[in-house]
Design a protein around this ligand. Sequence first.
Ligand SMILES: C[S@@+](CC[C@H](N)C(=O)[O-])C[C@H]1O[C@@H](n2cnc3c(N)ncnc32)[C@H](O)[C@@H]1O
Length: 454
Amino acid sequence: MEKENIQPHLLLNEDVNSYLRDNYLTSNMISAEGDRGDDRFEHLLFRLGCPPLFTTLRFNTLIHDTSTVIASLRKEIEKNYRLRGLDMPDISLHPVLHDTIVIKNNGPVCREKVKKEVIVDLLCGMAVLRGADVFVQGILGCPSGVRAGDKVSVYADVDGKCLRGLTKTYEGQKLFVGNGIVQYSREEIYCNEQPLSGIGVLMTEPLYEAPSLSGTCVDMIFPQNLPSIVCSHILDPQPGETILDMCAAPGGKTTHLAVLMKNKGRLVAVDKTVQKIEKIQTHAKEWDIHMIETHPYDSTKMVDNESDSIGGPPFPNETFDRVLLDGPCSALGQRPSKRNKMSLNSLKSYSTYQRKLLKIAVQLLKPGGTLVYSTCTFNQEENEKQVVWALKTFSELSLEPQVPHLGQIGQVCEGLTDDQRQKLQFYDPGTISSQLSVDNDTIGFFIAKFKKNE
Ligand SMILES: C[S@@+](CC[C@H](N)C(=O)[O-])C[C@H]1O[C@@H](n2cnc3c(N)ncnc32)[C@H](O)[C@@H]1O
């Protein structure tokens, strides 16, 4: 295989691959031979390696109306696409989500590679596939003699072995992500006394044409994957209620909850560290949201019946009307994703941790309250199997139907009835559809909505 032309499939450790493959075939009720199960799993890995063909942006409905947002966005995207010589994409309001703008992307576009190559780290390469330009700090390898204005082919370093400053052709596995124009000479990139910042390669011929929105209209829009937007709507927080977001950073869902609450009520956002909390605060400030009460705290230790419900954590039982648990997960649904080095032990460790958090969530919920549990993975241990466990462990919980329900129903799982599966929402990154749409070409995501019966 030509190294620079490797397929976009997600690469996993071998034992993780076979573990997930077996689970995926079981939950899709397909056998490796009869129903071409291996092809289905390969297709899933292929889709995970490619970016979704739609960009979704949530906007601040408290301050801006749809037409103003679309007009401002169109102007910015026009400017950006003209600079890069690309044709304007379709920009529209999502037909169901009144706070979501959809941009139709284009790709993969056939590009002729050039001789001069720039190597970027994998994270940067994945961002380029979703529309970003290359920031100068992300440049690892760059041939000698490169000057500002040169056209280069950009590759993501899949092996993670490229050293910063490499001049030779990189011999490790690399993935082509498009062509662009270098903004600085090699000397300026590596030898400047003051480290440079800003765009290092303007992606004029990206493999996937998508808007580069970093720093654009930050007071108005927030780029967010569609299932994450749906997730906050499912919690359906009401103005005046007391809401807990247990694992809130960087705060994409928290700010959405605040908007849905019309900035009225009590919204408590918790995450582990001060640095993480600062990210929520920055985003809230950009959107002029003042109601979010942030706390750096370990949510697994958040119940204490001796404390009062007015101050910060810990809180007594039955403090909150609604709780969102969008906690740590294996994140295997993220797209695009090219290399995941997670070990099998670490993959298996998530469900125990999630159960600890689920237990706290149930305790903190008032009778009659609503709990939404979500993950961005397709791993059943963290999804449907957690629902089966929760229903068995907490007799006071029952599943609630979800509105809107734009994804698929829950996967087949021992212990779940068909009726219960209908109430779950699963965004399957391996979906096979004759027509990819903004609702099915998404990251992998799972949502369960519970009610705590009185
Ligand atoms: C999937 S991310 C949350 C994303 C967030 N809900 C959003 O929409 O922007 C999971 C978060 O859980 C946090 N986390 C993990 N363990 C935690 C704990 N014990 N207490 C509080 N937060 C925790 C992580 O720091 C991470 O920020």
